[in-house]
Design a protein around this ligand. Structure first.
Ligand code: GLA
Length: 408
């Protein structure tokens, strides 16, 4: 009896001291995840042919080689559960099955992402994973899944709502128990401050409700709303301290290619890169225009997003029309983005030696009066002088210029 008590006490001590992070696959998402997701462009209208065509187009367009490797089926791939509770894909839309689709993606150097929900149903009313977490994670592992986006619909209301930390921890443990490394994308729309706890259990967390393809609008849908690029951007700076290698603020999947003007598409991409945001393409890749491809594949802007420090940009200098954002990069370099929020061209001057660039949160500083930096314009990769003289420029309506500064 004594022995049993001792064993119990030892177990208890172990349980109490075991790190809360033990279940997460720590090695994943050391830089913000990059890939494609079906939702923004296709909504529920997905099938295996579309996913295969998109995979092929990611390879042919060079986007895979630019880093976009996670191909994620969002809502509506689901069929029903079988008599043993195993989730199955929609047999008409995915007749070859999910393991075959995973093989198709892996054979092309891509990774397989899938979507589920912490409630009884997904947002589109398909079966959710509540009560099936361990079984579903085992199924995904058997299919070769590498990434799970886990949504928050049908999780109850008021006092009956699931505890989000508990719900996401359960799925994180289920993935660990299934034994296959998967990125866990927490999608509870920023409602429960996931930047404060998401890193323990997952690799990225949505910071807002859904994005939509407009510059500065908010669209109501009855009980919820979606937001354009600027309203989402405006909510990111306050939480910049929480992002970094292994855990990222996710301002939602990109609408690059779905916005009406080239300038808006460029700005959206540049600012997501400045934020160290996950870069998840949300457009029709097989029909993508070359200029959209060139935005998404721009190696210098992608490198800003993927910088190993993983420090999101801060708003350095701002007027209502024009904002200059600054992002500390590895090797004492900086990325600078000049964003024109307005619908008219804006002139700007940066008198480098007259200003100090300081990121107190990260202990980074550029003393331009002591140390000159070479400037590279990032869209074209052209040398653009140095910081010993003021920089003058014009930004087109809703466009963004990006520069990389390297100490001389
Ligand atoms: C929620 C998510 C979206 C998308 C849809 C699918 O709205 O936030 O990103 O996954 O559900 O129904």
């Amino acid at each position: 009896m004594r022995k049993l008590t001792d064993i119990f006490a030892a177990f208890l001590a172990l349980a109490l001291t075991a790190p809360a992070t033990a279940q997460k696959f720590e090695e994943l998402a050391q830089t913000p995840p990059m890939g494609w997701n079906s939702w923004n462009h296709y909504g529920c209208n997905i099938d295996e042919d579309l996913i295969r065509q998109t995979a092929d187009a990611l390879v042919e367009s060079g986007l895979r080689d630019a880093g976009y490797v996670y191909v994620t089926l969002d809502d509506c791939w689901h069929g029903t559960r079988d008599e043993d509770g195993n989730i199955r894909p929609d047999p008409e839309r995915f007749p070859s099955g999910m393991a075959a689709l995973g093989d198709y993606l892996h054979a092309r150097g891509l990774k397989f992402g899938i979507y589920s929900d912490a409630g009884a149903t997904t947002c589109a009313g398909r079966p959710g994973s509540q009560g099936y977490e361990f079984q579903d994670a085992r199924t995904y592992a058997a299919w070769g899944v590498d990434y799970l986006k886990y949504d928050w619909c049908a999780t109850g209301t008021g006092e009956d709502q699931r505890n989000p930390r508990e719900a996401y921890r359960t799925m994180s443990r289920a993935i660990r128990a299934a034994g296959r490394p998967m990125v866990l994308s927490i999608c509870e729309w920023g409602e429960n401050d996931p930047w404060l706890w998401g890193r323990e259990v997952g690799h990225l967390w949505r910071t807002t409700g859904d994005i939509t393809n407009c510059w500065d609008c908010i669209v109501g849908h009855g009980t919820w709303f979606s937001s354009g690029i600027l309203p989402i951007l405006d909510r990111q700076e306050a939480i910049r301290a929480h992002a970094g290698p292994g855990g990222w603020n996710d301002p939602d999947m990109m609408e690059v290619g779905n916005l009406p003007t080239l300038q808006e598409n460029r700005s959206h991409f540049a600012m997501w890169a400045m934020l160290s945001a996950p870069l998840i393409v949300g457009t029709d890749v097989p029909a993508m225009q070359p200029e959209i491809r060139d935005i998404l594949a721009n190696p210098r802007i992608v490198a800003i997003d993927q910088d190993p420090l993983g420090i999101p940009a801060m708003r350095w200098i701002a007027t209502p029309e024009l904002e200059i954002w600054a992002k500390p990069l590895a090797n004492d370099e900086w990325a600078i983005a000049v964003l024109n929020r307005s619908s008219s061209a804006q002139d700007f001057t940066i008198d480098w030696s007259a200003v100090e660039l300081k990121d107190d949160q990260n202990g980074r500083q550029a003393r331009f009066y002591d140390q000159a930096y070479e400037i590279e314009e990032s869209w074209e990769g052209e040398a653009s002088g140095d910081t010993s003289t003021p920089m003058l420029g014009t930004v087109e309506p809703r466009d963004t210029l990006v520069f990389r500064l390297r100490p001389q």
